[in-house]
Design a protein. Structure first.
Length: 319
């Protein structure tokens, strides 16, 4: 997944959320609807999250240093994990807190501005729908035949899955707010407004939990996809070289570490071994361009020793 595609979706979501947040705050000030306040805070949290994703992408692009010889690619994962914390605390917990207070002191939406929340919510649904469509279109460039659930669970670049989940949650949250505000206007019972706010809070907490689980797996270090592992193995063995064992790990969305022990003949010279390793590295980089850090260790092939090795965890990640 290219960083530019993820950034395009993030910028589209940020633009929509900033405009929507202002309108929601205005609607809350005019009507004192707790659903509108929860949605306004939701948009603020989403805007902050998208800024965090952009910062993470910029910091991850820094060159490797002596202190961080493998680069800063995982900064994108760290900032994505912070997003889940912000969404949980600022968005979800605040909405639940506001719902509790509104439930204790329910009051209907009154005054000449009763129509403002409905207009804002309808407009927000249109804006969030555009942002969601942009994220889906950018995701389709790399999603292939994967289902949306599988794409979110296996994507190595965090930006698009985060934006997809946030926009999907925003659309559901707007529908909950529209339900709460609409039923409050119809029944003049503020408990519906509190119920809509509580549903928004529970939704945000659930999305934050999913994001935390997915980004935690990326932070721990995931292996390459099954297709990339297969291409790497084929590149190594294409000249008859045997693989004793192989391990892979993502140092970032577009940077892969490959470590493998390969077989050599007992009678080969050091020069022949070096040429074989260099050739294998070239073939690996040609087959999987994101394999930028490659370490191949030569060894004498011993079938019995290989059978005693633990199973290689490299393979399709399911985070």
């Amino acid at each position: 997944m290219s960083a530019s595609g993820g950034n395009k979706a993030v910028v589209a979501a940020l633009s929509a959320n900033l405009a929507i947040a202002v309108l929601k705050f205005i609607a809350f000030a005019l009507t004192r609807s707790s659903s509108m306040l929860a949605e306004a805070i939701h948009s603020v949290a989403d805007s902050g999250n998208q800024i965090l994703l952009l910062i993470g992408g910029k910091r991850a692009a820094r060159q490797a240093s002596p202190e961080h010889p493998f680069g800063y690619g995982r900064e994108r994962y760290i900032y994505a994990f912070i997003v889940s914390i912000v969404l949980f605390s600022l968005g979800g917990l605040f909405a639940l807190y506001e719902a509790y207070h509104k439930w204790q002191d329910p009051h209907p939406i009154e005054g000449q501005w009763w129509w403002v929340p409905l207009a804002v919510l309808v407009g927000a649904i249109m804006a969030e729908g555009y942002s969601f469509r942009t994220a889906m279109r950018e995701s389709n460039h790399t999603r292939g035949r994967k289902s949306w659930v599988e794409f979110v669970r296996t994507a190595k670049a965090p930006e698009l899955p985060v934006v997809l989940l946030e926009d999907f949650g925003a659309l559901l949250g707007l529908l909950f707010a529209l339900m709460g505000v609409g039923l409050t206007l119809i029944t003049r019972n503020g408990l519906w407004d509190a119920a809509g706010t509580a549903m928004i809070g529970l939704l945000l907490v659930a999305i934050a939990a999913v994001l935390a689980v997915e980004t935690k797996s990326l932070l721990l270090g995931e292996s390459a996809t099954s297709s990339d592992v297969r291409r790497i193995e084929e590149a190594i063995t294409s000249d008859g070289t045997r693989i004793i064992h192989i391990k892979t790990m993502h140092l970032g969305p577009e940077e892969l570490l490959v470590a493998a022990k390969i077989s050599v003949d007992e009678c080969e010279t050091g020069q022949h071994i070096a040429e074989a390793i260099n050739g294998a590295e070239e073939r690996i980089r040609a087959a999987v361009p994101i394999a930028r850090q490659i370490y191949l260790e030569p060894d004498v092939y011993a079938p019995r020793a290989q059978q005693q090795l633990p199973a290689d965890p490299s393979g399709p990640a399911s985070h």
